[in-house]
Design a protein around this ligand. Structure first.
Ligand SMILES: NC(=O)CC[C@H](N)C(=O)O
Length: 313
């Protein structure tokens, strides 16, 4: 199908209606504040690489970005240090394990994994240069703002709730320190990581962030080059192999799209050169991926010929 306005609107509206009453999955509850988020929030946003924004449902409610943030800190570190740094530190391979796996760290002493699982992500955050917490946080926050095209804020209740209950992530950071991947500031890195996960985003923000990746690192709404174009194929490769954790294979099989989920209920997906798409819906499946978001994105992308491996249309 050609990507006309009518075709896009139709695909969004069909997927929105089809899954509105779906009653599967449940909110993440290992971070207490997430259990309290309204499970009925449901919004879909598709942004084309020429900057047109299409929306359905709730595009105002903010949820915490959670693991989707990992993609944008990865981009920041690639711009700072070049693209080899991460490969040499924690690697760019799927773990086949849950996102906060300790087994995956033990297996190769913190190597042979990737920046999109907790161990690799906290390590990536630890690599952002800066003289103190404030300077490092400022760089991360600015990067996210530029991807979204507006100033985002931290959801302080989510931050406090996770900071009080993130013993497991502190253990992960400590192990990554023990294996020489993170320096002595591993607890500060964990705290900054927790803060980055608590940034509030609505479906529109996530759609624009995804479209910036679809558009070679240039935000198609603000026209700002946010990250170097040469980083993007490498970021998308890691999203394809590990963006939906241990279900990344199933997802890629169905859609062909590099994507990233977060336990706040958001998923972004990228059809390179065509569009970015995002859905927010908090109830998750057992792997920690939004149930409605996976279904809606798969339907919409397949209706629009978004799968880069499918050249039959
Ligand atoms: N998968 C996720 O979204 C996890 C992010 C969450 N902040 C954690 O570290 O556990």
């Amino acid at each position: 199908a050609e990507l006309t306005e009518a075709v896009i609107k139709q695909a969004l509206s069909e997927a929105y209606q089809k899954y509105r009453t779906l009653d599967e999955g449940k909110n993440a509850d290992y971070i207490p504040a997430l259990a309290k988020v309204d499970s009925d929030i449901y919004g879909i946003v598709l942004v084309t690489t020429d900057g047109k924004v299409y929306t359905q449902g709730d595009i105002k409610s903010e949820v915490s970005i959670q693991s989707i943030s990992k993609v944008f800190t990865m981009a920041l570190v690639m711009d700072q240090d070049g693209t080899q740094e991460l490969v040499e530190n924690m690697g760019v391979d799927a773990t086949g394990q849950v996102f906060n796996s300790i087994v995956a760290i033990e297996q190769y002493q913190g190597a042979e994994m990737n920046p999109l699982v907790n161990a690799g992500a906290i390590t990536t955050t630890s690599l952002v240069d800066g003289k103190d917490y404030e300077e490092i946080w400022g760089k991360i926050a600015r990067e996210y703002d530029e991807f979204a095209g507006r100033e985002l804020t931290v959801l302080e209740d989510v931050y406090k709730s996770e900071a009080a209950t993130n013993q497991r992530n502190r253990a992960i950071a400590s192990l990554m320190h023990a294996y020489g991947h993170i320096d002595d500031n591993f607890l500060r890195a964990t705290d900054i990581y927790t803060r980055q996960c608590s940034v509030g985003v609505n479906a529109r923000d996530l759609g624009i962030m995804a479209a910036t990746l679809a558009n070679a690192g240039k935000n198609p709404v603000t026209d700002q080059q946010v990250t170097s174009a040469k980083n993007v194929p490498e970021i998308l490769a890691v999203m394809a192999t590990a963006g939906l954790y241990d279900d990344a294979g199933k997802w890629l099989y169905k859609t062909g799209l590099p994507a990233k989920s977060g336990v706040g209920g958001g998923i972004i997906a990228v059809s390179p050169g065509k569009f970015g798409i995002a859905v927010i819906s908090p109830p998750l499946d057992a792997a920690g991926n939004s149930v409605r978001a996976q279904k809606a994105i798969a339907d919409i992308s397949n209706a629009l010929g978004g799968n880069p491996y499918d050249v039959s249309h």
